[in-house]
Every structure is written in structure tokens, then in C-alpha cells.
Design a protein around this ligand. Structure first.
Ligand SMILES: *Cc1c(COP(=O)(O)O)cnc(C)c1O
Length: 359
């Protein structure tokens, strides 16, 4: 299968720009030198700016997928003396619950449904928590939580606030300073529109102060922070993806900054949603991110069949769900290098598939 021939609407990996693909096609350079340290510093600076991190924040670059960013954050920043409230509204929230259980971190599995937690104050169990953990965009169902409300709640109750922003960075707003966020977890293959393999943990000073002396070699944040002072990582980084990240951050700036990228994703998402109204599909949740739209067939069609038929018949890749919802919903990503003309290919394919004329 040649992916260049396909139209890509999967929520990671996402459609990448030609500029970034070109960086990836070059010989990987040696990295234990000042030249590469400069790349690391540029990436760190760009990411901190993107999330409006407080003064003194730092970024840890791990060569791993996003789950390693989630797990290493829990390993390095929480202890048995913590009590974490873990928001669980889908598969990724469930993963944080599993991570806390694996590392024996006391926690509450806070199952939520039909809310973006603007009302977290009323909904949250009335226990004495130290920490609040959320996947800002629960990608398994395309549901966005209210970070303003959660940040205010975290501040009021003096909670250490960990946010997995992997699938909403660059497409939806996040502000570490305004939303009292101590840790932001990012990953290369979603809104950043890079290949998978690089995960980044952004630590506010409040999080740096919490870094524990842990019994683990590869994911030891202390080592990453120390090496990071000279723009290096303890072990070989994903050199090429870091070069692509540097180029991508420059691209975002050149295009008017992250606010512009968010606006662009919003326009694309709204355009898609407005133009599929005549199809027998409904939105899965009212709390949709700009990053993605999750759809439920209303005519009894099997969602998995729709995904397969769009791929086979139109070379359009949308995304099925795992587990119980596999036949009930499917997902359309708006992350990455999207234009209205590109989205039109999907919209037209969907109308043709349903034999309905697009107005
Ligand atoms: C994709 C994703 C991850 C990371 O998954 P990996 O497969 O480990 O890269 C984590 N959290 C969310 C919300 C995601 O969408």
C-alpha cells in the first residue's frame, strides 16, 4: 500500500506537509555536537511558547510513543503518598488508570460520560486528592474536556495537574499558565503532524521540583533534565523527528503562530461538519475538539463497513474504533496538513457512497 495515494483522515499518524516529509528524507546527522544541541534548544523553546509554559519550564524528549510520556510522567512525578483523580472517559483515560495501578499510585478511576467536566466541582468524588490527570482530548471517542474549568478546580483544591495534550496540541487551545497545568504530555504523530516516535513531557517548575529519584534507567527524568541543560539527551534521540519538529515549529510560526493553526483546524472541522448534514450520520458528542469528528451512523449501517468501503472504494482513510464501539462509530481526524479542497475529497466520497447528491 502506497500511502501517498491515499487521503488521510486518521487520528495519528496524520497527513504531513511536503516540507516536513523532505526533512525526513535526508541523511540523519550525528548529534553529539553543538549543532544538534541548537536543534534541541529550538524545539524546547518552540514547545514552551506553544503551550505558554511558565518561566523556568523544561521539556523532556523521549524516543518512544506517547504512552511512554504518560507512563514516565506518573513514574517520575507521583509516589505512593499521592492520591490521583484520573478522568476516565474512554480508552486513553483507562490507560492512565492502568498506569497508576501498574506503578502502585493510589488513584480513583473517575468514570465520566456526557460531560466535558465544566461541572467537575460537582461531579468529582469528595476525596482528598493530590493530583488530577486528564487526556484533554479523549481520542478514542473524540471528546474534549474543559481545561479552564479543570484548571480552576485544580487550583482551588491545590492539585498537581497532569494533562495529556497529545491529540489536541496545535488544533485546540491549551495554556499552561492560565490553566494551572503542571505537566503537558505531547507526542509527534498527532497535531504536530510528524512521524511517530518522539514524545515530549513539558514540566513547569512545580513539576521539576517533584521529580523523584526513581529506580529506572531509560525513563529517569533527572538524567534528561541534566543532559537537557546542554541541549542533549542521555541516549540517542529520534534525531530526524527532532529535525522535523524544529521545522514544524518554524512552519507554525511562519503561518502566524499556534493561534492561527488552531483557527485553521477549527475552520476545517466546521466546514466538514456543516457539509455532511444531509448524510445519515450524527455527531457522537456535543463536546467535539477541532482535532476530530466522531460519527454514529443513523441508518443502521455498520461503522466498520463504512471505514472499509471508503478505503477500498475511494482511497480515503478514516478511522474505526476499537472494542465494543467498533461497529457503532468511526472517527475523522482534522489534524495535520488539511485544506478544504483535501476535505472535499472525503465529503464527496461520503456522498457518493450513500448515493446522495451533495448540495
Ligand atoms: C495517541 C494518543 C496517545 C499515545 O498513544 P501511542 O500509541 O503510545 O503514541 C496518548 N494519549 C492520547 C490522548 C492519544 O490520542
Amino acid at each position: 500500500m502506497i500511502y501517498e495515494d491515499y487521503y488521510i483522515f486518521t487520528p495519528g499518524p496524520v497527513k504531513m506537509s511536503d516540507e516536513i516529509l523532505e526533512v525526513g528524507a535526508k541523511q540523519t546527522p550525528y548529534f553529539r555536537n553543538d549543532k544538534f544541541s541548537e536543534v534541541t534548544f529550538n524545539c524546547e523553546k518552540g514547545l514552551l511558547k506553544m503551550v505558554n509554559a511558565p518561566e523556568g519550564s523544561r521539556v523532556i524528549f523521549l524516543t518512544a510513543s506517547g504512552t511512554a510520556g504518560m507512563e514516565s510522567s506518573v513514574m517520575n512525578l507521583l509516589t505512593k503518598d499521592d492520591n490521583a483523580l484520573v478522568v476516565h472517559g474512554g480508552g486513553f483515560g483507562g490507560r492512565f488508570v492502568d498506569i497508576c495501578a501498574t506503578h502502585n499510585i493510589p488513584h480513583t478511576d473517575f468514570k465520566v460520560k456526557n460531560t466535558n467536566l465544566h461541572d467537575i466541582e460537582e461531579l468529582a468524588p469528595k476525596e482528598d486528592y493530590s493530583t488530577l490527570i486528564v487526556n484533554a482530548h479523549e481520542t478514542s471517542v473524540g471528546h474534549l474536556y474543559d481545561l479552564d474549568a479543570m484548571g480552576a478546580y485544580a487550583k482551588k483544591h491545590n492539585l498537581f495537574f497532569i494533562v495529556d495534550a497529545i491529540s489536541m496540541l496545535v488544533t485546540d487551545p491549551i495554556d499552561m499558565s492560565a490553566q494551572n497545568i503542571d505537566v503537558v504530555i505531547a507526542s509527534s504523530q498527532k497535531g504536530l503532524a510528524l512521524p511517530p516516535g518522539l514524545t515530549m513531557v513539558i514540566l513547569a517548575p512545580s513539576a521539576i521540583n517533584r521529580v523523584q529519584d526513581i529506580n529506572n534507567l531509560y525513563f529517569n527524568f533527572t538524567d534528561y533534565l541534566r543532559n537537557g541543560e546542554r541541549g542533549q539527551t542521555p541516549y540517542t534521540p529520534a534525531v530526524t523527528i527532532m529535525l522535523q519538529l524544529e521545522a514544524r515549529l518554524a512552519q507554525i510560526e511562519r503561518r502566524g503562530g499556534v493561534g492561527q493553526s488552531i483557527q485553521r483546524a477549527k475552520d476545517i472541522a466546521e466546514y466538514f461538519r456543516a457539509n455532511i448534514q444531509d448524510l445519515p450520520l450524527k455527531f457522537y458528542t456535543p463536546y467535539m475538539p477541532n482535532a476530530m469528528t466522531t460519527l454514529t451512523p443513523t441508518d443502521g449501517k455498520n461503522a466498520m463497513d463504512i471505514v472499509n468501503d471508503l478505503e477500498d472504494g475511494y482511497k480515503v482513510m478514516v478511522c474505526p474504533n476499537g472494542g465494543a464501539e467498533r461497529e457503532l462509530i468511526f472517527r475523522v481526524s482534522h489534524m495535520g496538513e488539511m485544506t478544504k479542497a483535501y476535505v472535499d475529497v472525503l465529503i464527496n466520497a461520503m456522498y457518493d457512497y450513500y448515493s446522495i447528491k451533495r448540495k
